[in-house]
Design a binder for this molecule. Structure first.
Ligand code: CTP
Length: 480
């Protein structure tokens, strides 16, 4: 059934009218299709990436539009895909000719031929993404919805236009996209579609890692990523991508002692941190902060369950995981590694009495990461015991205040020693030697412990004192 519903295209009215006129002059029909239409109908913020489909050559339409419209960039043609991209103002328009797929008798490879709008809509991933709005003057604004996409929007349902097996065979990434849209839009995956994904989960092995990661990033950037990760798990996809997380699942009990389920805990932490930050890599750090717990889990009769060194092991696993998934092995990976490595430090401080020295050491080690580390650790508080929950959060308030106080006094963040190696060598007329390191360390320790302030005079005096103890003589140079 083709709906004759009219959609108000006010937001980009002039642009769409002009495209429709150009298409009309060329004797073709043009439509806006895909995410733009979906978001418009859902009254979400529409994207600046707009997909235009036409019956005929998308590349020719793009060229004609670019000639007619002012404020237009050059036409980028992607011949292999039969698409063309044109920038108009701050919009990126992607033009494509409507296509259908047909199978040759003796080949299983599809050949892509031009087709009608409906042929094209059929080949799209979900009914909610297959909605089109006509742009030609005689039908401007008419919604074309042959697969009841609007109804699915109302029902908050993700459903494939064709049999799901066919839609997912065309591009297995759509299984990941189903989870991503379900997470972003808070939609349910239709029963048949869900079953097909579960059955075909192993097909994601043929996808490039980059495409998978792109979808994972989008899941992580949603308001409540746990929905997506639990769905990935339920659909048998998660262990194919992030087995390190699946390894955290389960609660073991020995002699009546249990540990928490770090799998569900992790997703709670991720949801928590999403309330306080949009930083993608901080969200990744939350996702991976406990991965070292599976390989380090031990039970001892004396202390119960332990995860000794899980931060160190976890940080090493971050590298392996990034490498396997072809994620950047640059400062972003190092950032996640450092946060995972330090992820228990502030908690330990917050549980004990917070001393100035402990705070100084934390700031010294974390440097510029201190604020993100605190956000991560606060998000890590998932206890269901209200008394403990309040105590931990209050302690974090104390830690934060102490950091401000200590920073004002001692400027430990990005610590630069007040007396450096060059000055020590010059003062005692010595070359590089073990004593220089010992003196520098002694001064640094004294500052962190609060024995002396982070100031030149005090550090200089301490240098003289420690040097004398090590047998270095300030007057050697002058005496000689
Ligand atoms: N599409 C598809 N199968 C894919 C990718 C895309 O059928 N594997 C179609 C869908 O109709 C989709 C459109 O191409 O709506 C544009 O794709 P894309 O820009 O990736 O997604 P959007 O739906 O625009 O959503 P978003 O911008 O939020 O990613």
């Amino acid at each position: 059934m083709i709906s004759k519903q009219h959609i108000n295209l006010t937001q980009q009215h002039q642009l769409f009218t002009q495209i429709g006129e150009v298409a009309q002059d060329m004797g073709t029909r043009a439509f806006v299709i895909g995410g733009y239409v979906r978001d418009l109908i859902m009254e979400r913020k529409v994207s600046k990436d707009i997909d235009i489909v036409c019956e005929g050559s998308g590349i020719e339409l793009a060229k004609a539009v670019s000639k007619k419209l002012p404020n237009t960039g050059k036409v980028n043609v992607y011949k292999t895909y039969g698409t063309a991209m044109v920038r108009v103002g701050d919009n990126e328009l992607e033009f494509v000719g409507a296509r259908k797929e047909s199978y040759q008798k003796d080949s299983r490879n599809p050949i892509v031929e031009s087709g009608t709008l409906e042929d094209d809509q059929k080949r799209r991933d979900f009914t909610i993404n297959a909605l089109a709005i006509a742009l030609n003057p005689n039908e401007f604004g008419t919604l074309i919805d042959p697969f009841d996409g609007v109804e699915d929007i109302q029902k908050q349902l993700l459903r494939t236009p064709l049999a799901p097996e066919q839609t997912f065979s065309d591009d297995p990434l759509r299984m990941m996209r189903a989870v991503r849209f379900a997470t972003q839009l808070n939609f349910t995956i239709d029963h048949k579609t869900h079953k097909a994904i579960h059955r075909m989960a192993d097909r994601i092995a043929i996808l490039s890692k980059e495409r998978i990661i792109d979808e994972l990033h989008k899941i992580l950037m949603a308001t409540k990523p746990s929905l997506g990760f639990l769905l990935l798990h339920e659909l048998d996809l998660l262990h194919r991508i992030l087995p390190e997380l699946c390894a955290l699942k389960g609660i073991e009990e020995v002699e009546g002692q249990k540990h928490k389920d770090n799998f569900y805990h992790t997703f709670e932490v991720v949801d928590n941190i999403c309330k306080t930050t949009d930083h993608l890599w901080l969200r990744w750090a939350a996702l991976l902060h406990d991965i070292g717990k599976a390989p380090t889990k031990r039970f001892s009769k004396k202390v119960g369950w332990t995860f000794h060194g899980h931060e160190f092991v976890g940080a090493k696993m971050v590298y392996e995981l990034f490498k396997r998934l072809k994620m950047p092995l640059n400062e972003k990976m190092k950032y996640v590694q450092r946060l995972v490595f330090m992820s228990s430090r502030p908690i330990v401080i917050a549980e004990d009495i917070v001393t100035d020295a402990a705070v100084r050491r934390l700031v010294f080690d974390a440097g510029d990461l201190i604020d993100d580390l605190l956000l991560l650790c606060e998000a890590d508080i998932t206890t269901k015991n209200p008394r403990r929950f309040n105590t931990y959060h209050n302690n974090f308030k104390i830690v934060r205040q102490k950091i401000i106080d200590v920073e004002e006094k001692d400027r430990i963040r990005n610590f630069q020693p007040p007396v450096d190696g060059a000055e020590i060598m010059k003062t005692f007329d010595v070359g590089p030697c073990r004593e220089i390191g010992l003196i520098k360390d002694h001064i640094k320790e004294a500052i962190l412990e609060g024995v002396i302030p982070n100031e030149y005079e005090a550090a200089y005096a301490m240098m003289l004192e420690k040097a004398a103890e090590l047998g270095l003589d300030k007057n050697k140079k002058t005496n000689a």
